[in-house]
Design a protein around this ligand. Structure first.
Ligand code: MG
Length: 411
């Protein structure tokens, strides 16, 4: 029998919902045997495509796709400099595609290769937001009526560019930026005050049985994040996400001694040295990493196993800039890992669901697998080509958020 080998590695760039997605396709010499993986880094997608096409492709052609661990380890060190964004995204896409191939060869869904299901489906958290307390409350209530048990609540701060809220903030600008033409302005004190009032309102209106979450998105100075976390403790959140930036992780040690609020962290992490100290010292409760950033399923399954021993639960990053292929990889781990915590939901629009065949199904607040061998998802390349990246002078990069005096802050 002919030896199985990798014949081609390529990227598919598509944006059916207007979000730049990077998919890696690994093609073998066996007819119709290929795998797909998610390498999405939506702010720098072309850099990832270059890393795949110019560097990983020549390195991998002719190799045995069954040797996932060897390909992971040898690709990681072939650049010598490693474990940063871009190269890790490229490697993640290849790694997921290899797991997809192995599942197809075994005629099993990938979650079977990881040990099999320990739950029927993955509980989801939905995103509720609004421009005032009533709007946020009503949006949370709608999700409860739809069967959700976990809802993230975010609120617009009038006049400011606030994370996690759709549409423009209404109402009077509380503080004019001193430079005209400054578009995205944010002030941490108004945000902290409003979020504390929001959760008081939500608990008064909805009681304590619904699980509520909130994402700070590393926006505020660390000492203000501690004030916020302590103030929110009595509202019993399921978790508070990213109270600090990755550059400020030593603050978790300080925070942990002052409050028992559950903490989720990690969507920006690339290097294991960023998350290992937080896990081994039990300073966080949920790991939020982006599978398409840390090295794919191979790193995801090792990380989940390590977290299990330290009482840390998984909450893999799952917004719209994780492709449906990435969501399928998240779900494989959600089903197979005992220490699953929660899965972030993203409802892909019709166009994306036509490009990606076999998207996991969202039903009654849960994400359900389709049980097709491999990751259970494929891409219609011809249709994907009809959704090129949107024209944008920054190519997907974010414009800075600034304080009213013009100082750049974290996004
Ligand atoms: Mg987040």
């Amino acid at each position: 029998m002919r030896r199985l080998k990798i014949n081609d590695v390529r990227t598919i760039l598509t944006a059916p919902d207007g979000i730049r997605l990077v998919i890696v396709k690994v093609v073998t010499n066996k007819p119709n045997l290929y795998g797909v993986g998610c390498a999405t880094f939506t702010q720098r997608p072309l850099a990832v495509a270059t890393a795949v096409e110019e560097y990983l492709k020549p390195f991998l052609i002719g190799k045995d796709p069954d040797q996932i661990e060897d390909i992971f380890q040898s690709s990681l060190v072939s650049s010598y400099w490693r474990n940063g964004p871009v190269l890790n995204n490229a490697l993640s896409g290849v790694d997921m595609a290899l797991w997809d191939i192995k599942g197809k060869r075994a005629d099993m869904p990938v979650y079977q290769l990881l040990g099999g299901k320990c739950r029927h489906a993955a509980a989801l958290y939905a995103h509720a937001s609004g421009h005032n307390f009533e709007e946020v409350t009503n949006n949370v209530r709608n999700y409860i009526e739809d069967g959700y048990h976990y809802v993230r609540a975010q609120i617009a701060i009038s006049g400011y560019s606030t994370y996690g809220v759709r549409g423009k903030s209404r109402g009077r600008r509380t503080q004019q930026p001193i430079s005209s033409g400054q578009r995205h302005t944010f002030e941490p004190t108004a945000y902290v005050n409003t979020v504390l009032q929001l959760f008081d309102h939500l608990r008064t209106e909805l009681g304590y049985d619904i699980e509520l979450l909130h994402d700070v998105h590393e926006r505020i100075p660390p000492i203000q994040a501690i004030t916020l976390a302590k103030g929110l403790e009595k509202y019993r959140l399921f978790f508070l996400e990213d109270p600090f930036a990755p550059e400020d992780i030593e603050y978790f040690r300080i925070l942990r001694h002052q409050t028992s609020i559950p903490i989720a962290m990690g969507e920006l992490f690339s290097n294991p040295n960023e998350y290992l100290p937080l896990i081994k010292d039990r300073l966080i409760d949920f790991i939020r990493v982006h599978l398409s950033q840390i090295g794919g399923l191979s790193m995801g399954r090792k990380l989940a196993a390590m977290c299990e021993f330290f009482g840390v639960r998984t909450a893999w990053h799952g917004p719209g800039d994780v492709s449906p292929v990435g969501h399928a990889a998240n779900l494989a781990l959600d089903l197979a890992c005992h220490n699953f915590g929660i899965q972030e939901q993203h409802k892909f629009k019709e166009a994306t669901r036509r490009v990606f065949l076999g998207c996991p199904e969202i039903r009654d607040g849960y994400l359900w697998p389709n049980d097709t061998p491999g990751l259970g998802i494929d891409i219609d390349e011809k249709l994907a080509a009809k959704f090129p990246f949107p024209k944008d002078p920054l190519g997907g990069g974010w414009e800075p958020i600034r304080k009213p005096d013009g100082t750049v802050i974290r996004p």
